[in-house]
Write a protein that binds this ligand. Sequence first.
Ligand code: NAP
Length: 248
Amino acid sequence: MDMLEGKIALVTGASRGIGRAIALTLAGYGADVAVNYCGSREKAQEVADEITALGRRAMIVQADISSQEECERMFKEVADQLGVPDILVNNAGITRDNLAMRMSEEEFDKVLDTNLKGTFFCMKLAAKQMLRKRYGRIISLSSIVGLHGNAGQINYSAAKAGVVGMTKSLAKELASRGITVNAVAPGYVETDMTAVLTDVQKAAMMTQIPLGRIGQPQDIAEAVAFLASDKASYITGQVISVDGGMGI
Ligand code: NAP
């Protein structure tokens, strides 16, 4: 099924984990994909090679999304090499966990700069390009932690709650121009980000998942692909939880 045939997508943080699954899934549904990475060049190239093997166009583009300048360069490179994106997936994200009383300003700022400000820079640049097409799909990764909070993640929850606020505001700004703006809020997904949790933390998390299994990157990627498609053309400003029922 090629529901994204002819579409161009930019996925941030697509070298690993959920972003990798999103990039491959969008390509599987027919999109050409720009694979953004920050440090993992080889892994990004592997993703691009897999996309090319699917018969789609792909490129890798290095940029630290917490830098506005680098985001500007990234959007220019993608437009020049692949074309203006129809789909932006703001997936890149990091954690720097600590209890609030112990959290440094550096830990707070680093997470906000990447997860919130980086998402803002990409939203802004994509919106400018998409306005000319009068078409666009902007999908950002929030988190169950942004909706419900989590001890030890005051910085991350602030950023992910902020992504929800930005999604709703931008949806209102762009709705009349044919651009939808939505978010996906994953629960506990098996990636490098969660591999650092202790066995005790993982076991505690499992008890909170009604569907009884840890999420896989593909679970998130399918929701993103749906929001990116024309099947979701009447959905904007929404947050879809993909969390096995954790947030119920
Ligand atoms: P991950 O496995 O740690 O991968 C993170 C990705 O983000 C990598 O591709 C990394 O690129 C990229 N990245 C990090 N900082 C970047 C920067 N400054 N500029 C550009 N790219 C950057 O993470 P994940 O678990 O797949 O998470 C993906 C998204 O889902 C994040 O937004 C995360 O907050 C969200 N999420 C994850 C979970 C979960 O349980 N895993 C739950 C809820 C929400 P390089 O390797 O190239 O540096």
